[in-house]
Design a protein around this ligand. Structure first.
Ligand code: SAM
Ligand code: SF4
Length: 339
């Protein structure tokens, strides 16, 4: 394996999140506008292009790959992509390998794809679910069906996949459900991860009054649950974990707003249009698609990637309450970059 990517602060980049589509069958209020328009197909990287770029990252030290979107499981023939990427798992030799292939999904297509994921070598899935109340679930996702997502959760369990439920914490929306979600995750043997709302892209909703600092949520949950801090940051992601003694499962907290996690960031993101974002919360990007389509060699691509990493910023630019038309606001939607 080549030398791992190091950014200008010496952070080794071993984790790539790749968005395979900007499309989605839901329109979550914090993520997309109701009348979201999607990119023309020609702008989206083909599977061959995605595989070539991912291979270049893996050969250079990326060992964890998370497939995301948009909703990754709505892209046609997504199974072939997982199958190809799964072939990097458990490889030996110095040509690069993956330790882990994971996916973040809204669960709507998991019932049909869980077995395919398991066969491709996926061991863990993150499933987004913000409410166990079907009406509220529909309101938040604008077109999601709770029963379908729950069927996806069951299929993932049946396929032997470890599950983390991702819940975006929203004041006045689902803050009355955290106890229920924690207990339910205990019952189904899943971890729960609460996420602070990040101000990304115009969604037609004001997110500032929905913002809920997770420090307060944690303090409140501690009155009813025994939460024991765990040292490790499993999976190389940004979540900090607590053990929930009553269920034996973990509670993760992703707190970009109250606790800036940038100092240990090992991640970069590849958008579905081939833009490499060294930081989710910063507009700086390097276009890899044009060089790729112009016939760049692997060595050329790697050089571009390395230069981009040197520009990985020290920290993100999110500020709650910043207006979407503020020149410093992050205009990109999470679905383009991949959450
Ligand atoms: N469609 C898939 C899903 O929902 O799991 C994968 C893509 S989605 C963009 C990835 C994650 O980002 C989801 O857990 C979602 O809840 C989260 N997310 C999207 N927009 C967000 C925002 N503005 N703030 C915090 N989390 C957000
Ligand atoms: Fe779709 Fe995921 Fe965004 Fe919801 S959070 S709109 S499911 S991409």
């Amino acid at each position: 394996m080549g030398t791992p990517f190091l950014d200008s602060l010496g952070r080794a980049v071993t984790y790539l999140r790749v968005s395979v589509t900007d499309r989605c069958d839901m329109r979550c209020v914090y993520c997309m506008a109701e009348n979201m328009s999607f990119l023309p197909k020609a702008e989206i990287l083909t599977y061959a292009e995605l595989e070539r770029l991912c291979a270049a990252f893996i050969r250079s030290g990326v060992t964890r790959l998370r497939v995301t979107g948009g909703e990754p499981l709505v892209r046609r023939d997504i199974g072939s992509f997982f199958q190809t990427m799964g072939q990097w798992l458990n490889r030996t030799g110095d040509g690069g390998h993956l330790d882990e292939l994971t996916v973040t999904t809204n669960g709507s297509r998991l019932e049909e794809h869980a077995d395919m994921l398991a066969r491709s070598g996926v061991r863990r899935v993150n499933i987004s679910l913000d409410s166990l109340d079907s009406e509220k679930f529909h309101r938040i996702t604008r077109r999601g069906d709770l029963d379908r997502t729950l069927a996806g959760v069951r299929a993932a369990r049946a396929a032997g996949l470890a599950i983390r439920i991702n819940t975006v914490a929203m004041a006045g929306v689902n803050d009355d459900e955290f106890d229920t979600l924690l207990a339910w995750c205990g019952e189904i043997g899943a971890d729960l991860c609460l996420i602070e709302t990040m101000p990304m892209g115009e969604t037609g909703e004001d997110r500032s009054d929905r913002y809920l600092p997770l420090s307060a949520v944690r303090a409140d949950l501690s009155r009813r649950w025994t939460l024991e801090p765990l040292a490790e940051r499993t999976g190389g992601g940004p979540a900090r974990y607590l053990r929930v003694r009553e269920t034996g499962r973990r509670l993760g907290l992703i707190t970009p707003m109250t606790h800036n996690f940038c100092e240990s960031c090992n991640r970069v993101r590849l958008s579905c249009t081939g833009q490499l974002y060294p930081c989710l919360g910063n507009e700086g990007a390097t276009d890899l698609r044009q060089p790729l389509r112009d016939g760049a060699s692997d060595a050329d691509l790697l050089h571009l990637v390395q230069s981009a990493l040197l520009r990985k910023p020290k920290g993100h630019d999110f500020v709650i309450g910043r207006r979407a038309d503020d020149p410093a606001a992050i205009r990109r939607h999470m679905s383009v970059t991949g959450g």
